[in-house]
Design a protein around this ligand. Sequence first.
Ligand SMILES: NC(=O)c1ccc[n+]([C@@H]2O[C@H](COP(=O)([O-])OP(=O)(O)OC[C@H]3O[C@@H](n4cnc5c(N)ncnc54)[C@H](OP(=O)(O)O)[C@@H]3O)[C@@H](O)[C@H]2O)c1
Length: 289
Amino acid sequence: MKVFVVGAHGQLGKAFTLAMPDHVQLFAPTKNELDVTKPDIVKRAIHEAQPDVVVNCAAYTRVDQAEQEQDEAFAINADGAAHVAQAAIAAGARVIHISTDYVFGDTQSTPYLPTDQTAPLNVYGASKLAGEERVLRIATGRAVILRTAWLYGRHGQNFLKTMLRLMREKSELRVVADQIGTPTSAESLAQAIWSAAARPSLHGTLHWTDAGVASWYDFAYAIKEEALALGLLAQPIRIHPIRSEDYPTLARRPRYSVLDKTGSIAALGLHPPHWRVALRATLKDLANA
Ligand SMILES: NC(=O)c1ccc[n+]([C@@H]2O[C@H](COP(=O)([O-])OP(=O)(O)OC[C@H]3O[C@@H](n4cnc5c(N)ncnc54)[C@H](OP(=O)(O)O)[C@@H]3O)[C@@H](O)[C@H]2O)c1
């Protein structure tokens, strides 16, 4: 199988390339080599590689900054996604496109099915939803949209890394306790993408996160406990649960964005680890690095 990954050097892209199975020939250009906003370059690179599957992990992911950089967010997350899908289809490849729980709004307090009503609350979510719609239109029957949430991993910048840094620097922390989702390890999502890549007839919108639910406060508290146990943190730190109103951000975020994975578990033949188990594994890797 020949796989072409776009955004290979982001946190998910790195986890995905590192998890590559033996029988795969991988093309993993850098952002300098392949900018998704440049359709001719995208088309040429994918045509030359003639892959079976194109995986798009590239995105504009600065959720708050996107409120002030709407054009850039849409150029990458919507137009860029479309350029990748067009080039993939022109080269006869399938597309696996990564998307987000932030396509949903504040409409539910039970896990969202892939078919549930989308209602993004912020520019980032709107740009990702526009990307999903364009990919599905361009690559009908040949695209998998894989929505995920609260991603963290060994590579790149994420909530886990930020918390570890702040826990070492500060004497106490305040973390939002009224937004509920599922922390998801880039390593377990990478397995789900490889499983989707290996299933040529799979298409449509799927959800993939680790198992269980948490608030950002619960996630931070678990990071503290696991980091202390592994010696990544020398001293315990007091963490206070706070309301979203007490931590104003440019972008509004959903109060509840847990994704229902029932269909994806069957379709991909995988069971996600509980988020706390995956967190421990990632912290062990960081401790051994
Ligand atoms: N992070 C999360 O919590 C989260 C949650 C839900 C869904 N997702 C989705 O998961 C996917 C992977 O996200 P991630 O966390 O791995 O994000 P990331 O670490 O920001 O990686 C995105 C990559 O895309 C690259 N990129 C940006 N603009 C590009 C362009 N014009 N052309 C080519 N590459 C470009 C970035 O390069 P630079 O860094 O150099 O700009 C970066 O390497 C995205 O689709 C994201 O929307 C993420």
